[in-house]
Ligand binder design. Sequence first.
Ligand SMILES: CC(C)(COP(=O)(O)OP(=O)(O)OC[C@H]1O[C@@H](n2cnc3c(N)ncnc32)[C@H](O)[C@@H]1OP(=O)(O)O)[C@@H](O)C(=O)NCCC(=O)NCCS
Length: 141
Amino acid sequence: MPVEFHTIEIEAVADPWQVDAFACDDLHIGVSGEESGLAVCFAYGSVIADEAELLRIATLPAYRSRGLGHEILSRFLRQAATRGASVVFLEVELDNTKARRLYERMGFATTYVRNNYYGPGRHAAMMRRELKFPASQGGIS
Ligand SMILES: CC(C)(COP(=O)(O)OP(=O)(O)OC[C@H]1O[C@@H](n2cnc3c(N)ncnc32)[C@H](O)[C@@H]1OP(=O)(O)O)[C@@H](O)C(=O)NCCC(=O)NCCS
């Protein structure tokens, strides 16, 4: 999993994590999506007590705008709920409209803005959503 995620990160984001930053332990969840045997997207985060945090999500540039981001985030949320999370937090740069739109479509709302969090003029939006899945989507509430 860490190598797969790191390989996607190198192509997908400007500030990739080191491979050993992806922990494989009971506190973390990692999900990836493949096309023709190639890992093309992933979501990674933590679950501690009843709170989950989405730490990274990325789709390879050539595979974007096909619904993979939505799909991988849905799978992450479902796994987080299965592990006992009732709320999910994340942090995203305010200017990252692609990611913010995806999160808003998936029910996240901005709770707070940290000004200049990533550097001068680069603000962070803190977002959250509760995890309540209706019976028609697997019955996790
Ligand atoms: C954010 C990110 C993960 C989204 O991944 P994605 O796979 O492109 O996500 P989706 O395909 O589900 O949605 C992206 C867009 O495609 C559109 N889309 C989805 N399926 C589509 C289809 N079949 N045809 C056309 N458009 C489609 C969505 O409506 C959405 O449009 P919008 O941006 O105008 O709202 C991706 O842009 C990425 O890897 N960014 C770099 C890493 C990053 O910024 N991560 C977040 C940091 S917090």
